[in-house]
Each structure stands twice: as C-alpha cells, then as structure tokens.
Design a protein around this ligand. Structure first.
Ligand code: DC
Length: 224
C-alpha cells in the first residue's frame, strides 16, 4: 500500500516549499492540491462564470478535465490538455479558487482525483482538507501554520523580490479574508484533524520546519 503524508494549513504558511523538501527527502511525489483548485478557477474565469453562482459552477466545472504530470521533477497541471502552470500563481486566480472551492460538486471532482493519486503513489499532499477529508488514513498528518503577520511579511518579500509593489496591511487583510473563507465554508472547511501534529513555523526557519516534520515522519516509521 502507498504511504501518504497530509499537510494542511492556511495560505502562505509555507506548505508547498516544505512539502516539496519532505517529498524529496523521502523520495515521494509531491501533490499540490491548491494548484488543482487554481486550474479549475482559471477555467471558470475563462468561461466568465459568476463566482457566487453555485449552480452554474457545479455545472460548468464538469467540462473541465484536470490532470497532473511530473516533468523534470515538477508538478505540471493540465487543463483540458493545456499546461496551465504559468497562469496559476496570480492573486486573482487564488481568490477565485478560494471563492469557488466552496462548491460541493467542484470539490467532489477534485477530491476523487486526489484520492486516486494517493492510492497509486507514495506522496506528500498539501491543501486544506487532506488530513480531514481526502486522506483520513494518512500515515502522517501535519497542520502547518504561522501568524497572519508573518505570512503577510513572507508574501510581501516574495512580491518585492519579483519587482512588484506590495503593501503589508493590504496583503495581511487579504490573507485574513482568505483564511476566514477557507475556515468557515460549509464543505470541508480548513481545520486541524484530531490526529494531526500542529507545527507553527512563525518563529522557525524553513530548515527547522522541515526537520520538525521529518522528526514526526521518523516517529511514524516512514524514515529511519
Ligand atoms: O494553497 P493555494 O493557495 O494554492 O489554494 C488556493 C485555494 O484553493 C484556497 O484558498 C482554497 C482552495 N483549496 C481547497 O479548498 N482545498 C484544498 N485541498 C486546496 C486548496
């Protein structure tokens, strides 16, 4: 049976950076489920769907075929056969993904794809509902978080490094709004699974966060 590590937490906690390193150390694949919700959001934006129309989203999302592949060790998301990686990381797509991921029919479609992947391969999967809903029997469950101020600062540094302008207060407000939506939606809200280990990396370096999670993997026998 395949081995699965579930990492959940709010936006900007460092899940993908840390999950990728854990996957590398264990020689597992890394599955970024947020990228799947983003690809679906991109499709809905292109179809000019109203983000508040649950019925329309539930219907239109059935026409999107999402799959993932690994090219040069990186996850590539295909939307109806098109590699859409280059379009997924904008704030606009992220906000649309947060708004549309509340729709149960859309979630059903992506969750079944995620379960299939995890059944086939040893993986580190990150998202919002992995330990609670997608992989309730995961070998290791981590809830990774940091304060909204720390997450906003990290995001601001990323934007500044790309030469984009950024205002800390605006980014923090945006992060808090996204947290609220992700934690209060009716279907599979973001929350810590009862058997998940809490890792708050507000005061940790990236390496310390990775080491802490590897310790948990060792305790569970996934690493000697
Ligand atoms: O992790 P991210 O920022 O790429 O995710 C974008 C949005 O997708 C996030 O705000 C909520 C949604 N999402 C979800 O509902 N469930 C997941 N497992 C992953 C992401």
């Amino acid at each position: 049976m395949s081995k699965n590590i579930a990492i959940d937490g709010p936006a900007g906690a460092g899940k993908s950076t840390i999950a990728k390193q854990i996957a590398k150390r264990l020689n597992y694949i890394y599955v970024d489920t947020g990228a799947m919700y983003r690809a679906m959001a991109l499709y809905l934006m292109r179809q000019e769907v109203n983000p508040a129309d649950v019925e329309q989203i539930g219907r239109v999302c059935q026409n999107a075929s999402i799959s993932i592949a690994y090219e040069n060790g990186e996850q590539v998301v295909y939307l109806n056969g098109e590699n859409v990686n280059a379009y997924l990381r904008t704030e606009e797509v992220g906000n649309m993904a947060s708004a549309t991921s509340v729709v149960p029919k859309l979630r059903e479609k992506l969750v079944s794809l995620q379960k299939e992947l995890a059944a086939q391969k040893d993986c580190v999967m990150d998202g919002r509902d992995i330990g609670t809903c997608v992989l309730p029997k995961a070998d290791v469950k981590i809830y990774l978080t940091a304060s909204s101020l720390v997450r906003a600062r990290r995001r601001m540094e990323e934007l500044l490094a790309k030469g984009q302008s950024a205002d800390l207060e605006t980014i923090k407000a945006d992060i808090e709004e996204r947290d609220y939506r992700d934690m209060h939606r009716e279907t599979s809200p973001l929350c810590q699974a009862k058997d998940a280990v809490l890792v708050d990396n507000s005061d940790m370096t990236l390496e310390q966060g990775v080491e802490r999670i590897l310790e948990v993997c060792k305790e569970k026998g996934l690493l000697s």
